[in-house]
Design a protein around this ligand. Sequence first.
Ligand code: SF4
Length: 337
Amino acid sequence: MTKSIRLNLENKQATNLSENLLEVKNLKTYYPIKGGFFRRTIGVVKAVDDVSFEIKRGETLGLVGESGCGKSTTGRTILRLLEPTSGQILFDGKDITYLRGRELREARRDFQMVFQDPYASLNPMQMVGDIVSEPIQNYTKKSRKQIMDEVMDLLERVGLPEDAYYKYAHEFSGGQRQRIGIARALALRPKLIVADEPVSALDVSVQSQVLNLLKELQQDFDLTYLFIAHDLSVVKHMSDRIGVMYLGNLVEIADKKSIYQEPLHPYTQALISAIPEPDPRKKKERIVLQGDVPSPVNPPSGCPFHTRCPVAKEECSIQKPSLKEVKPGHKVACLLY
Ligand code: SF4
């Protein structure tokens, strides 16, 4: 257990808060497909299909899976940037699933997002000081001087020079732009940050700097992270627990050690087997999956992984396995268990 989680659990006991900051129950996010002359709904994309998990205060939950598996859609639905089709999102004990208007705006102070592409997510017409000030101006009645002091502090805290305040995003490198995005996400002192592939657009040389910064900030600002990435070594570095998604479904979730050392789901086993072994003396057998990920418009019957599963049985194409706890804290959706 990291120092941050321990401190948070102690705080929780002191104030009698729930251990979980976020609880997601049976979340579904479907997109309609329109077609024909009258633009009728002719099908649905099941981007997130009945996903449930929770994140403890001060913890980092990593969400992994191939592109298109629904991990980003899950993150965006939790932040209410996308409308859930059904299910429940409980944030800090409050049901935010269908909040609207002023209530949603107020709730949003406490959860923010760090985006994948620091180039696209920053307004090129605004000075960095204005970009980071904007949320504080929108949500508080602080004076210009107070806001400027806070923003200067934030820029320093994320490792940007003082004169960054008066510059524009295009004057910075990719890593520095991501630091600007992080400062903006921190401006309102949120409780939860959803980081959606925050380093995948950056050079490998700066990735670890940004990851280490996120870790330091987690301690300093008492943050809880949902960390979304396809790179398993990045997720391993950042996460306390890891959830694995396939075709809109959460197929396994457990603490980091269990996922990397004893993966149970055949899909997780294949993902882990593909991580290069740094020690050339150690032999590692790679599980190569056959075929492509099926379309979420027309997912397979039964287990969503059965068309590619190397150990599928006959009933796997008929019966859909539910996510079950098979060891303490280790849940898997597979008929083998
Ligand atoms: Fe493979 Fe069957 Fe388990 Fe699905 S339920 S992962 S097809 S063994």
